[in-house]
Design a protein around this ligand. Structure first.
Ligand code: ACO
Length: 323
């Protein structure tokens, strides 16, 4: 059988880091409030010339270099983003062009903060179905451009950045010990779509709009939804959760991450946390965290790694893979 194996990883951040103290000049907030409620200490904000495409391209190039591949080796690009450079065409084709790739397919996937989990799941199906051989799966966001900078309840939470992995179709025995994506579980429930949304769009207002969120409502559902899809993943492969080496969660809020880990009995030593440095970068947060933990040697070949996310829609999901 074919498995989708992670062959390389990379990330890119805007040049400018913005500390919580700097947010105090923009809105009535404080470092203490932000750290205590969210765990965020700083975020990166895109400057002139930095866009979802440019950050995504940089992350993709880093992942290709890490994989020892060149752009022509790629025949599928899936970009998870809710902040495309343009309404259309897909920012993925912009990245494809920047990389000089003239074959294969490229498209955007929109599942807000769950975007990277959705994109890995989709790429895995393409690779296992024989539709492609090597996929660049990218999460890239410039949420700073859809924030209402006068709304202190949202603008302190988000940041910009990009991360990418190269997934390769590899012949495999297909046991739980073999490398690659083992199982994926995606969910959504549109009844919750007004709890976290952008108040504009091409077909309604003709504008881009700004992010709006009922923070408490999101919080109320997050831990339950996340832990459900993690339990589903371990049940599907018939492994006990104790076998997990690394939990790489979407980085929205340290209290959601700690609450989910606690409920599942996963010690925090096994959890990759980057929300303090990046804030919530939506679809980019998981590949940014993966990049950090793989680059510093925490995540090693053969480790059992679980990716999970929950976000706007609501959408939520998990991917269990052998690194
Ligand atoms: N600085 C200072 N005070 C603030 C700020 C701020 N930035 N924002 C809100 N406050 C005030 C409020 O006005 C309120 O004041 P009041 O009591 O005088 O009315 C008080 O702080 C408490 O506000 P709440 O909204 O009740 O604060 P809460 O404890 O719920 O924390 C938070 C807010 C951090 C947004 C929390 O609800 C949360 O983490 N929700 C999850 C949302 C999330 O992570 N979303 C990310 C996208 S979805 C996802 O990725 C999973």
């Amino acid at each position: 059988m074919i498995r989708s194996v992670v062959r390389g990883f990379g990330a890119a951040l805007p040049k400018r880091a913005v500390a919580n103290r700097d947010m105090e000049d923009k809105v009535a907030t404080s470092d203490e409030w932000i750290v205590q409620r969210t765990g965020i200490r700083q975020r990166y904000i895109a400057g002139e010339g930095e866009t979802t495409a440019s950050l995504g391209e940089a992350a993709a190039r880093a992942a290709l270099e890490n994989a020892g591949l060149v752009p022509d080796d790629i025949d599928l690009i899936i970009l998870a983003t809710s902040t495309p450079d343009n309404t259309f065409p897909a920012t993925a084709v912009n990245i494809q062009d920047r990389l000089g790739i003239r074959h294969g397919a490229a498209f955007d996937l929109q599942a807000v903060c769950s975007g990277f989990v959705y994109a890995v799941t989709t790429a895995d199906l393409y690779l296992r179905g024989g539709q492609a051989k090597r996929a660049l799966v990218i999460g890239s966001e410039t949420f700073s451009r859809i924030l209402d900078w006068e709304d202190r309840t949202t603008c302190v939470l988000f940041g910009d950045g990009a991360g990418a992995i190269v997934l390769e179709a590899v012949e495999s025995e297909g046991t739980v010990e073999d490398r690659g994506v083992l199982t994926a579980h995606l969910r959504s429930d549109g009844a919750h779509r007004e709890k976290l949304y952008v108040d504009g769009g091409p077909s309604t207002t003709g504008t881009v709009g700004h992010l709006r969120m009922q923070g408490r409502e999101v919080f109320k559902y997050a831990v339950g939804m996340i832990t459900d899809v993690i339990t589903d993943a371990f049940e599907a492969v018939d492994l006990p959760i104790e076998k997990l080496d690394w939990l790489v969660p979407h980085q929205a809020n340290i209290r959601i991450i700690e609450g989910s880990a606690k409920k599942l009995g996963i010690p925090m030593e096994k959890v990759v946390v980057t929300v303090d440095k990046h804030g919530n970068t939506s679809a980019a947060s998981i590949p940014l965290a993966l990049n950090e933990a793989a680059a510093d040697g925490r995540i090693k070949k053969g480790d059992l790694v679980l990716l999970e996310a929950m976000g706007g829609g609501f959408t939520w999901g998990s991917v269990l893979l052998r690194w």
